[in-house]
Design a protein around this ligand. Structure first.
Ligand code: ATP
Length: 372
């Protein structure tokens, strides 16, 4: 271990103040991460935010400009890629087209001179549920099946960490969903650390125990899917994971564990525990599924946050819910000029575009971000 620094538990993957520059451009900007052994970790962010570069530094395909990388007690920053107990699964599978599935999976073992590969290969094919296709060539498999071969081929090398770089990017939506569940099952079964790169927030939330949201080379927020969704730390995270209605205002008071704010003359309240600031400019946020519509005040429970002056601009019936857009009587300086509202369809009447409505929600459903 490095003097003065606390070593991680055995097997944890740690990045310490890692930076990567390409010329004058900083692709990864001073990130530190500790990924517990056996966890399913997702790096989530838009194209170009530095996810792949981060992964490539872990696998050794890219050298950090600054910072250190550890696996457990062992520093791997300067190790050659093939000496690291790390394997990567890529989006394009990179299977050998002339070898059958069995031989593709056996490849890593044969290269290391392992003589009797049958048992291990069969076990791996079993794990990814492809035992019956062992003698097919890659071209005779579907995209999802090929991706499972790629996972088996990586896992047979018994890495400590499996890196997955947009592995489902080439699959259609339905197959993607199936493979997300499948990869999660495999990860639970083998108990290895998986680090998964994706730009798809739903994919990250479906699969990962912990998500790091990346933006412009930095980690914007780290947490479980529920933590990120319920308590986003910034407007970037609030908008990147799911949809948010954001309304900016000014804190007008704090009474016990409740903060009061004023937004365009409308009084809103929220719990101190969910607010990132307690004075000055604040942005109140609420998720669309927490907001309800009412035609008059009498239908609104006492104590709810209420916004007046909205007019329905769109109503989309999508089966389980109706998704509304409600035009608000303010400009973009306040935040969303149109609020999103998802109401469960329980047989109630759908409000047509043009209908004046009141929006309301329980104050505890409000989060507060720094608005300065
Ligand atoms: P994507 O999802 O599109 O792959 P990403 O988040 O994985 O995006 P990276 O591939 O890590 O992003 O790239 C981060 C930034 O670094 C991008 O702006 C990219 O153009 C730049 N970059 C990556 N590799 C190099 C390189 N070898 N030379 C110069 N710039 C690079």
């Amino acid at each position: 271990a490095v003097p003065g620094e606390s070593p991680g538990a055995d097997g944890d993957l740690r990045l310490e103040r890692v930076t990567k520059r390409f010329g004058s451009f900083t692709a990864v900007d001073d990130i530190s991460l500790s990924i517990p052994q056996g966890s399913f970790f997702a790096l989530l962010g838009a194209s170009g935010c530095g996810k792949t570069t981060t992964l490539r530094m872990v696998s050794g395909l890219e050298d950090p400009t600054q910072g250190r990388i550890y696996l457990g007690q062992r520093e791997v920053t300067d190790l050659k890629p093939y000496k690291r107990p790390v394997n990567t699964v890529f989006q394009n599978y990179a299977l050998f087209p002339h070898l059958d599935i069995f031989e593709n999976v056996a490849f890593g073992l044969r290269r290391r001179g392992v003589k009797d590969v049958r048992g291990q290969v069969e076990q791996m094919l079993e794990l990814v549920e492809l035992g019956h296709l062992a003698r097919r060539k890659p071209a005779q498999l579907s995209g999802g099946q090929q991706q499972r071969v790629a996972v088996a081929r990586a896992l047979i090398n018994q890495p400590q960490v499996l890196l997955l770089d947009e592995p489902l990017g080439a699959l259609d939506l339905k197959l993607r969903r199936q493979m997300q569940i499948e990869l999660k099952r495999i990860q639970t079964e083998v108990g290895l650390t998986f680090v998964h790169v994706t730009h798809d927030q739903e994919e990250a939330m479906t699969m990962a125990d912990t998500i790091a949201v990346m933006n412009a080379g930095r980690i914007e927020q780290l947490g479980s899917p529920a933590q990120l969704y319920e308590n986003p730390a910034s407007t970037f995270v609030a908008n990147f994971l799911g949809q948010s209605n954001l309304i900016s205002g000014e804190v007008t008071g704090k009474d016990g564990d409740v903060i009061t704010l004023d937004a365009q003359g409308r009084r809103l309240t929220l719990p101190v525990a969910r607010a990132r600031v307690e004075a000055g400019r604040i942005i109140a946020g609420v998720r669309p599924e927490k907001v309800s519509l009412a035609l008059d005040e009498s239908a609104i429970p006492a104590g709810h946050n209420v916004l007046t002056g909205g007019v329905v601009s769109d109503a989309s019936f999508i089966g389980v819910s109706t998704q509304y857009l409600v035009k608000m009587p303010w400009g973009p300086e306040v935040g969303c000029e149109e609020m999103s509202v998802f109401e469960q369809n329980t047989g109630r009447e759908i409000h047509r575009p043009g209908t004046p409505v009141l929006l309301h929600w329980h104050p505890a459903q409000t989060f507060g971000l720094d608005g300065s």
